[in-house]
Design a protein. Structure first.
Length: 262
């Protein structure tokens, strides 16, 4: 149960910290010649998809802030897992998308504690298909294309962690960002994702800790977020990986949000 407790809510806590980081200016140097971004890069499991030079050149944009955040989240979660289970190590693989972008996959398996744990980052970009643009417009989004094209960027961090001990619940999280650039250069962006527990054997203490951690992260910004996201989770057709109908909502489940902007 300790492993689940350490990891509970880590992904959402990092996402929730984004607003605080936005309002604080980044320290340019630490006196030793290394700037603030350089220190953030140190925790990454691999060089970022967009490249360090590009992230430096547009570090004030939401798109870059999100990529830095998901890279940090991947590094923090991987290091937390590796510290708990030193009998195995992460395999890090990079992949590329021909149309633009790529990702970084980190997998630990056959350890003493974890049967398998994956923490993955993806950053892709290109032009939105007409079908996808129409779907967004049908949801009330006003999107002005240039020559019929809408540049987009989508990125996220996701993880599924399977412990060997059946009394320790599986944890899943997936946090993502989607950005559209309109003809006049205006950018629209949204967050989405969620997290949940999938227990094999119900343990109320684990579930209480998990939800308490999530609520504390949400409450830092708005006390209405936790009940709203929990309700969205219960009504979501995606269901994530939890069999919600098999146990009380208070003993598992999680949070979910979509098309959310701040």
């Amino acid at each position: 149960a300790g492993a689940a407790a350490v990891l509970a809510g880590l992904g959402l806590a990092r996402r929730a910290e984004m607003a605080r980081q936005q309002s604080q200016p980044r320290e340019e140097t630490d006196g030793g010649g290394k700037d603030g971004l350089g220190r953030r890069f140190e925790i990454f499991m691999a060089p970022p998809v967009s490249g360090m030079r590009e992230l430096r050149s547009r570090h004030g944009e939401m798109r870059s802030r999100m990529e830095l955040l998901i890279m940090e989240t991947q590094g923090q979660v991987c290091r937390a897992l590796a510290q708990l289970d030193s009998s195995a190590s992460f395999t890090v693989d990079r992949w590329e998308r021909k149309e633009g972008g790529g990702g970084i996959s980190c997998v630990l398996q056959d350890g003493e504690i974890f049967e398998k744990a994956g923490v993955n980052v993806s950053v892709v970009f290109g032009h939105l298909s007409e079908e996808a643009a129409q779907q967004m417009r049908s949801r009330g989004k006003t999107l002005k294309a240039k020559d019929g094209k809408l540049p987009f960027c989508a990125m996220g961090v996701s993880s599924v962690i399977h412990p060997k001990n059946p009394h320790v619940p599986t944890i899943h999280f997936n946090y993502r960002y989607f950005e559209i650039e309109e003809a006049d250069g205006t950018k629209q962006w949204w967050f989405g994702g969620g997290t949940d527990l999938t227990p094999t054997y119900l343990d109320e203490e684990d579930a209480v800790h998990f939800h308490k951690t999530l609520k504390e992260a949400c409450d830092q910004h708005n006390p209405e977020l936790y009940p709203k996201f929990k309700k969205w989770y219960v009504s979501s057709p995606a269901l994530f990986f939890s069999l919600r109908g098999c146990y009380k909502a208070s003993l598992g489940g999680g949070l979910y949000f979509k098309l959310f902007s701040v």
